[in-house]
Design a protein. Structure first.
Lengths: 326, 329, 501
């Protein structure tokens, strides 16, 4: 019974079981499509898919954080609409016509500040007032999109503004910019979760809030922080959508995104009760869901049925998660 | 309220401050409207207001039960849309068939919700979000993404387009009947009280030997049925089944329920108060319309969601301070 | 109940328990933490299913599969956490599930209210039964719970720690109600750790230890010391004959006072407590379950607010404190229940161990992994933590090793004062000694320790001074050398003057 000296840490396990299952599913989908769907392996298809995945994945990353800390954020779609509505208002304003660079910069600043405020709002309600996350984020869920519509008077804002649209339509090394942005953000958040105290506190908070409090974790600050990050990421996603379409439709931007994001996070391995933050899993989850949707669409199944399929996937994923946890 | 030897005004005022507040606000708004706008009290505004809001009241009633039991149902809007299409398809066969079909369709989704939540133990907001998607998709599928006109020659049109005694839309009559039944169930049956106990504390309810599963299944079936009925109202009132309607209805319902004094965390609520809440919210928008018409303000319709969210926010703040959990000191 | 057995995932919770309750009897059930009392109760009330043995009610075998079935069989339970619905009215809490009916399926409210009022009147409680339950005090709520039991025609009412939230007067009311139940032929199974109460209401007592029922006694013919002896498995004769010896000053070199508390109270469980801990001293807190020991630790760590009394740290008055501040001062708190308050199950050994010291090993934005690894590995080997590597998920470790990780968490903050609440519970003998040796090592370097333990041997061996608590009061101070287990037992068992008996 002597003490066993430990000299080396276990090599970092990058791919755990959920990830492995996810990658297998992905592989299956890939193979299926390569064989059955015409034009699947072309760059064009790939681009389109990456385009659509990027926004979901970015929001899903934020959602994973919030879920990991033991909460949930239903307001992400509304935040997307809000930030997407604010940006064109800024860079299309007359006073900024002269300097596109400044205009775009300000547009980003204003849009993301609004997103930040939303995050602070959610975080404050949940941590200081003790409101349940579902209920607290429901407020912005209901009114955020309305605020966006009020600001734009319900109008579709179309524009032709290359300096801004680049984040949606630009290409870097032949792949869409937002794909790179997605990877960058995923890497950044992953770094935060694994290397900073904040990340550690977040996981502790979600895993056992009492133990975290007893160990001196600044619970309030961490909770607010997760909601702020989630809203910021949603804000970025909203800007990307607007850039892709060269139009901001406050009514549709981010519609049903909260469900997509939760689904991607859960499929990617996030536990609904908190304690795990598989960032790259969220990306993987988003890709899987996108591929399923694409597989159905490309093989002649209507959009509407795809909705039903998505609903089924979510239920199944959550169910398996719950039963495995027991 | 009436679950005692007699109606005790003092107790009601004390314990249900919030719903009392809602009634008072309602009365004040009505007085304001009557004074300010010419046609406010007129027959046309009266019946069209009630006809339009009947849908929301019905959905709010179902939602009220779900929330009282400690859950939530985000699928009601899409289920209503689905049911409106079903009712439209069945309209040639007359009012009863179409109504039955619509409500039954709603109940099927309610059963799916109940299965997810009770049997598969999936958290209600995820389960009902998923059902919402499925209902949305389903509505588009069966309608081929078109609005489905109802059979104008059938008796189905009576429901949404005619009034009892010339003044009271049939939709409201049906709604009031439903409300009466639900009030009876809530205040005077074991099932109703179990729903409230469940929302107050699920653990305690289990240990007290209450039939918790029965209550849970009931509320989700009820919510589905109410959404179905709302869909029937929709089809009948607007002349067509509309697969894309219903967006945001669940949020209106939640806001109505909460404004009326039901605790979002469950365990406390009333049928009457929910009606007050729904009417209040509806009236706010009615008045805004009038005000817009007068030209004094120029609020676009988009303010609706913002105002609903605002109501919810205020109520949540109030409830966060008011609800007191059972605590041995 | 005969020969009841119950295991949870291979760990035997109940070995062989026999329990006999006669009609109209108030039967006590006592035992220390982990003896199996609550498991037994849960079997009787249908929350758990027994593995073996049988339950007989009125001589007939009963299968109790759910709380509802238990109630239908006439077994009602008043839980410590009062499982009633606060938002509902008093009447509903009494009759829900069994409401009187009229017109078929409708509840007969007038009758329900009348019945509720009647039942409560029998207990001498006159309240408006239509009000929500949570508008009344805990004492009243408890009586409502009993009223529910009575109105369901319970033959056996189980009361789990009924007086833990009641004041003296309320306890008297409760006892009067219990005596009333007895007169009506209803049996009561009374579970409590306040031994004094047993002498006031109970007839017989069953003592449980380590998952078995070990003795059944008549209360009137059993002394308190005999009860404690059975609970702990000791010989009452030995304890009886131990006298109080002279205490000489302890050998430990005590430094400056680290923390001094005088007359502190934080509520029901801790009412009047004095203690001084010096640097380099181990102060043990001895007392039975519920005597307030954990509450002392919570107060020192800033988790509970002081309603009375003062606290001084290194000579300076401290007004209020929060856990994070306590940690910054150098106070560490190893909690009693590692599962609910200690480990973060999803994280690794390394992450759990370093949780409290993260601010100190952070350079700029990042955690200094190198430093973290060094610290963690140091403690893993120093504490003998058996783990495949420091990145193993903590939930895969045995209970004893998990405890060591938690101890490491607090040792890592270079503490000045350690609050250890049952540090060797669920830890094997070898590890126990290792932990104790490590603690003494730190103490010899000037760390102060408050040691809470239900194992008297540990206190006797480890502590320099022992403060004895009884029901929230500090009643005695004993110094080592000179404290033996029997002396300690006697100090705990004998009612001291000034404590409510």
């Amino acid at each position: 019974m002597s003490a066993t000296p430990v000299t080396t840490a276990r090599p970092k396990v990058l791919i755990d079981t959920t990830m492995r299952n996810g990658l297998i599913v992905l592989l299956i989908l890939f193979v299926f499509n390569s064989l059955m769907t015409p034009n699947f392996l072309q760059m064009q298809t790939l681009s389109v898919n990456i385009s659509q995945v990027a926004t979901i994945a970015i929001v899903a990353i934020g959602m994973t954080l919030v879920i990991a800390a033991g909460g949930i954020d239903l307001s992400v779609g509304a935040v997307m609409a809000l930030s997407g509505a604010l940006a064109p208002l800024v860079f299309m304003s007359d006073s900024l016509q002269a300097s596109p660079v400044l205009a775009v910069f300000l547009a980003f600043a204003v849009a993301l500040s609004a997103a930040l405020l939303c995050g602070l709002f959610n975080g404050y309600l949940i941590s200081h007032l003790g409101v349940q996350p579902i209920i607290a984020t429901l407020i912005l869920f209901i009114s955020g999109r309305g605020i966006a519509q009020v600001l734009t008077n319900g109008n579709l804002q179309t524009f032709d503004y290359p300096a801004f649209s680049v984040i949606g339509t630009g290409k870097f090394l032949a792949l869409p910019v937002q794909g790179w942005l997605m990877l960058f953000l995923a890497a950044a958040v992953y770094w935060v979760v694994s290397k900073t105290p904040f990340g550690r506190y977040l996981l502790a908070l979600g895993g056992n809030e009492k133990a975290a409090l007893l160990s001196g974790v600044p619970v309030h600050r961490v909770k607010i922080g997760t909601y702020v990050i989630c809203s910021l990421l949603a804000g970025i996603a909203g800007l990307i959508v607007v850039a892709i379409n060269s139009a901001s439709d406050a009514a549709r931007n981010g519609e049903l995104m909260e469900l997509d994001a939760i689904a991607a996070a859960v499929v990617g391995g996030a536990l609904l009760q908190g304690g795990r933050a598989p960032i790259f899993g969220a990306v993987l989850g988003a890709i899987i869901i996108q591929l399923v949707k694409y597989t159905l669409l490309a093989n002649g199944i209507e959009d509407e049925v795809a909705l039903i399929a998505k609903a089924g996937i979510i239920v199944v994923a959550v169910y398996f998660q719950q039963s495995v946890k027991e | 309220m009436l679950n005692n030897d007699g109606f005790d005004l003092r107790r009601y005022l004390r314990s249900d401050m919030q719903s009392v507040g809602a009634w008072i606000a309602l009365a004040l708004l009505i007085a304001f409207g009557l004074l300010r706008y010419e046609n406010f009290g007129g027959a046309y505004n009266f019946s069209s207001f009630l006809n339009y809001n009947a849908m929301f009241i019905v959905i709010s009633l179902g939602m009220c039960f779900v929330i009282m039991s400690g859950g939530i149902d985000l699928s009601v809007g899409s289920v209503a849309a689905f049911s409106s299409v079903v009712a439209a398809y069945l309209s040639p066969h007359g009012l009863s068939v179409a109504m039955f079909g619509g409500v039954a369709a709603g109940m099927c989704f309610g059963a799916v919700n109940a299965f997810f939540i009770v049997a598969m133990k999936i958290p209600p907001f995820i389960a009902t979000l998923a059902t919402m998607l499925a209902a949305k998709g389903g509505a588009l599928v069966i309608s081929d993404a078109q609005t489905i006109a109802i059979d104008w020659s059938s008796s189905f049109t009576v429901l949404g387009m005619q009034q009892a005694w010339g003044i009271l839309p049939w939709t409201i009559v049906v709604t009031l009947l439903i409300a009466l039944c639900l009030w009876l169930v809530l205040e005077h049956t074991s099932l109703g009280r179990t729903v409230l106990a469940l929302g107050g504390s699920e653990d305690a309810s289990v240990l007290m030997g209450l039939s918790v599963y029965r209550a849970q299944i009931f509320v989700y079936l009820l919510s589905g049925a109410c959404a179905g009925m709302a869909g029937v109202f929709l089809a009948s009132g607007f002349g067509a089944g509309q697969p894309l309607e219903g967006i945001g209805w669940e949020l209106t319902a939640i806001a109505s329920v909460v404004v009326g004094g039901t605790l979002l965390t469950g365990g406390k609520g009333s049928v009457l108060a929910t009606i007050a809440g729904a009417l209040l919210l509806g009236l706010v928008f009615n008045i805004l319309n009038f005000e817009n018409g007068l030209g004094t303000i120029n609020l676009s319709a988009y303010w609706q969601m913002v105002i609903r969210g605002g109501f919810l926010f205020v109520v949540i703040l109030l409830q966060a301070r008011v609800s007191r959990p059972l605590q041995p000191h | 109940m005969r020969n009841i057995q119950k295991s949870f995932s291979g760990v035997v919770a109940l070995g062989a328990v026999d329990l006999d309750v006669l009609p109209g009897e108030v039967h006590a059930l006592i035992g220390q933490n982990g003896a199996g009392k609550s498991t037994l109760i849960k079997i009787l009330t249908g929350v758990y299913k027994r593995d073996d043995g049988e339950v007989l009610i009125d001589g007939e075998v009963s299968i109790i599969g759910s709380p509802r079935e238990a109630q239908d069989c006439g077994v009602a339970t008043i839980y410590q956490e009062l499982n009633l619905v606060g938002l509902r009215s008093v009447t509903e809490n009494i009759c829900l599930g069994y409401e009187p009916r009229r017109f078929g399926c409708f509840v007969d409210w007038p009758k329900a209210h009348r019945d509720a009022r009647e039942v409560l009147m029998r207990f001498g409680v006159d309240i408006d039964v239509r009000e929500p339950l949570n508008s009344y005090s805990t004492a009243i709520q408890q009586l409502v719970a009993i009223a529910r039991a009575v109105s369901l025609d319970a033959k056996l009412v189980i009361m789990d720690e009924p007086t833990s939230s009641l004041d003296e007067q309320e306890v008297e009311v409760l006892f009067a109600v219990i005596r009333g139940l007895k007169r009506d032929g209803v049996s009561v199974l009374y579970v409590s750790h306040f031994l004094e109460e047993l002498y006031q209401v109970c007839d017989r007592v069953t003592i449980m230890r380590d998952g078995r029922s070990v003795a059944v006694r008549e209360i009137a013919h059993t002394s308190r010391i005999e009860l404690i002896a059975e609970m702990l498995g000791r010989d009452p004769g030995e304890i009886e004959s131990a006298g109080m010896t002279e205490f000489s000053a302890g050998e430990a070199v005590k430094g400056e006072p680290l923390v001094e508390v005088s007359g502190i109270a934080t509520g029901r469980q801790l009412q009047n407590f004095d203690m001084t801990v010096h640097a380099g001293e181990i102060v043990g807190l001895g007392g039975l379950l519920g005597s307030g020991r954990t509450e002392v630790a919570r107060a020192l760590f800033g988790l509970d607010r002081l309603s009375k009394g003062g606290l001084k740290w290194c000579g300076e008055e401290l007004k209020s404190m929060k856990p994070a501040e306590a940690i910054a001062l150098g106070i560490g708190y190893l909690t009693e229940d590692r599962k609910s308050e200690g480990i973060v199950p999803g994280l690794s050994v390394r992450e759990n161990l370093s949780l409290a010291i993260l601010p100190r090993i952070t350079k700029g934005w990042c955690i200094d992994r190198q430093q973290e690894r060094e610290i963690v590995e140091h403690f893993v080997s120093a504490l003998g933590i058996k783990t495949a590597d420091i990145d193993q998920p903590i939930r895969e470790l045995s209970g004893g090793n998990q405890q060591k990780v938690l101890l490491g968490r607090w040792l890592a903050i270079s503490p000045k004062l350690l609050l250890l609440d049952e540090p060797t519970r669920g830890v094997d003998i070898g590890a126990k000694f290792e932990i104790q040796a490590i603690i003494r090592d730190y103490v010899s370097q000037g760390v102060g320790v408050v040691l809470i333990s239900s194992e008297f041997a540990e206190l006797v061996e480890g502590a320099d001074t022992v403060v004895v608590l009884q029901e929230g009061h500090s009643v005695r101070e004993l110094s080592n050398p000179g404290v033996s287990e029997d002396v300690l037992l006697k100090a705990i068992a004998e009612p001291a003057s000034g404590v409510a008996a």
